[in-house]
Design a protein around this ligand. Sequence first.
Ligand SMILES: NC(=O)c1ccc[n+]([C@@H]2O[C@H](COP(=O)([O-])OP(=O)(O)OC[C@H]3O[C@@H](n4cnc5c(N)ncnc54)[C@H](O)[C@@H]3O)[C@@H](O)[C@H]2O)c1
Length: 352
Amino acid sequence: MPYINLVKKTKKKIFITGAAGFIGSNVLEYLFKKYKNFYFTVLDALTYAGNLKNFIPEMMNDRRFRFVYGDVTNSTMVDNLIADSDIVIHFAAETHVTRSIHDNRRFFETDVLGTQSVANAVYHHKRKVERFIHISTCEVYGRGLTRKMGESHPLNPHSPYAAAKVGADRLVYSYCVTYDIPAIILRPFNIYGPRQHLEKAIPRFITSALLNEPLTVHGTGRNKRDYMHVSDVSRAIELLIHAPIKKVKGQVFNIGSGKASSIYSIAKAVAKHMKIPLSRIIFVKDRPGQVSSFSCDYSKIKKLLGREPKKDLKSGLLETIQWYRDNQEVWHPQTWLRRVPIILPDGSIEYH
Ligand SMILES: NC(=O)c1ccc[n+]([C@@H]2O[C@H](COP(=O)([O-])OP(=O)(O)OC[C@H]3O[C@@H](n4cnc5c(N)ncnc54)[C@H](O)[C@@H]3O)[C@@H](O)[C@H]2O)c1
């Protein structure tokens, strides 16, 4: 990474939204440990998905870290915080596809209007903010029209969550075109690793195994996802912090493993690594709007910045299983949130 040594010595103020959640807290910890001249301000509303335990104790007691409790849709607060920031990384969102099928108003408020307040503040403080990394998602693509999805794949969101994220993604793009803000849009595919909320598939399988419960798979389990370990998101964001701004400004980048695995094969791998019988895997009704396959074409970021994922699925899964074994006190209070109601097309409610 040729640019890194340059920036490592420079004092930078980083503003991160949503870093009490899964990906944000991992990226924050990675940057905090590696860049001693970086100062971090985190804004998080501590929704059911945010957890102060996601901040490591050495960070809580360090003057390089500041936590602000607040909502990203509060544009005055966001503007004040961004006024003093060099780099903005925006993770805060409502993130659960299934939950958005039941009750989605908050998704549009946080994901779209929250992004609007961040983008407005970046525009307002354009002279100070050198780059704004907006975290979008592969869900914006919907059903794959090609085997792998590149950045120019059409955006056909299948769920209200995905639609809200399209709104945010295109809002940021429009601010690049209209107001020339220094934004970069990152579209991670499916991410897993320590601290992920139990409502998501991999932690749900792992914790079901630990709790001696069945591992429930939606539909036939043949739906495929492109799973990448969260440490590879941290490394990709690090690259984007260091890349010459001219190369990345206004650009969209996919990141993922490039490999699609069926949900059933993931459940089987978890069962195998945790030494439980496959008969513990059971099938439940499919979720409406399900996307059959996500597979990432990450050639754009590879060509431009030489980025490739490092951690393979087996070692990533083993490490993640170990984390859930060792940190029951962190995740156990979330167990009641694993069952999520959804509204079916006929208006009836079902628990997933
Ligand atoms: N997890 C994945 O597989 C994945 C994949 C692609 C993209 N993403 C995107 O990455 C980002 C982070 O995802 P995650 O899985 O870490 O999410 P998460 O649900 O674990 O965390 C979201 C965080 O945002 C905070 N938050 C929610 N609403 C807020 C508000 N109104 N104001 C301030 N803070 C608020 C929550 O308290 C929480 O700390 C999201 O933008 C998501 O769309 C996630």
